[in-house]
Design a protein around this ligand. Sequence first.
Ligand code: B12
Ligand code: SF4
Length: 462
Amino acid sequence: MLKAAAMSKNILLINPWIYDFAAYDFWLKPLGLLYLGSLLRTNNHRVSYIDCLDPHSTLMAKKSGKTPRRHAYGHGRFFRQVIDKPDCLQIMPRNYCRYGIDPDVFRAELSQYHDTDVVLVTSMMTYWYPGVFDAIRIIKESLPGVPVMLGGKYATLCHDHAVNHSGADHVVCGRGEKQILQLLRHLLNEDVIFEPDEDNLDALPYPAFDLIRKIDQVALITSIGCPYHCSYCSSHVLQKNFIRRDPIRVVDEIEHWHKNFGVTDFSFYDDALLVDSANMIVPLLDEVKRRKLSCRFHCPNGLHVREIDAELSKILYDSGFKTIRFGFETADFQLQKETGGKVQNEELRDAVIHLKNAGYKQEDIGIYLLCGIPGQKTADVMHSIDFVLQCGAKPVLAEYSPIPGTKMWPDAVAASPFDIESEPLYHNNSLLCCRNDDFSYDVYSRIKAKLKMLPKEAGAVE
Ligand code: B12
Ligand code: SF4
């Protein structure tokens, strides 16, 4: 009898819509899903991909008569349609939108995949679940009887909610590599040809970016996890230990995308890219230079201020790190200590001096400030903005999104006027769900507006 492994399956990957008040493609790619896609190809399956967010969809451009504005560095706008606001978000005085292609365009794309054996859907922010649910509902209508598996951040952080409400046949929590192979074995009686060691990131095949219609940038990870344990962050909930790749293997990957696919823009998704720089970012960038790879690097995720010295600043600048953002969160010493102690004020002051000496301008040095954590006062946010400006950097306001399983979660539940425990839509950062009488939504809106009035190099709101 023919072994099951010889009968490869047709697997369809889906990156669902974002439903939100605002969304910008800030080097956003479904990296985890694309990793699973390449692993499944290594196991002899045929893998296809539909991206509900695709800003380059020709069908959608034809239908809407426009294309979203894109930037040469691989970021930009999505297609967008205003949709009904969910009841619980009616208090927000903003439009609620579906970002990505029209559902009819999605249906038309799905109609090409009638021979699909399994569908894999990913998920990101917990409060983006309505876009995930709609995608699953339409998949079920278009491909009746085909099993749908859901994984990713929302499926992990709000597992029970996803099991009870998503409509998926299987909801996977955490890393997907081993679990997806086990599910296929169980469901379709498929033998596993290649099962990687999840702790060895270099053993994984490169993520399947070649499935994307137009590869405008490639997202990279040099590590997963983080050595810090900040109380508002879920890094350690999602990944217990800090695992790193060999920096030279990362450069092999960069070279692969650069030489074979003409990619010049790369974004790092690491939680802790600069930590222990002598063993990761420095050898990595030295090797990029030695191989004469002419690339631009972007860090949409906050970097660690503490790691910045004169030498590293120069290396980053000379290596083409164009977009550089740091996680600072607050200038209040007590709050810094209570939330995890990843940075202190003097470290920011020194880092900005080094970065400027290396060639960065104020507008290049974005400093994330966390706004709206439980009990936070307006004075703290104002003081933090002033401190960043005094240092000569650019404050970038980031609204707090509460995450189940984090140390701060019980405080957020207690402080929030919203039922964040049973409704993940209330985790939406724009809602400012831990607002209080002192730091209200109106006060925050005024601070945001004031920051927008500053000269371009000085202020930003995300
Ligand atoms: C890179 C990143 C971003 C990028 C965008 C990335 C993207 N693709 O969307 C940027 C910088 C834009 C971003 C922005 C924000 N982010 Co962010 N981000 C991340 C980060 C660091 C990495 C995600 C990632 O791609 N990991 C790498 C891949 C390999 O892992 P993965 O996707 O999880 O995939 C694995 C599994 O999940 C699973 N899997 C995935 N899909 C599937 C599917 C199936 C079927 C199966 C079986 C398995 C499976 O298998 C994969 C391989 O093992 C996470 C933190 C983290 N450590 O994960 C935060 C994180 C997701 N972000 C978070 C937050 C708070 C934000 C912001 C709100 C911050 C702010 N206040 O401004 C904004 C929101 C932006 C917005 N509203 O538009 C929170 C989540 C909040 C929430 N409530 O959900 C996280 C968890 C960080 C944290 N603070 O704890 N983010
Ligand atoms: S906020 Fe940054 S430093 Fe703190 S645990 Fe999360 S990723 Fe690590």
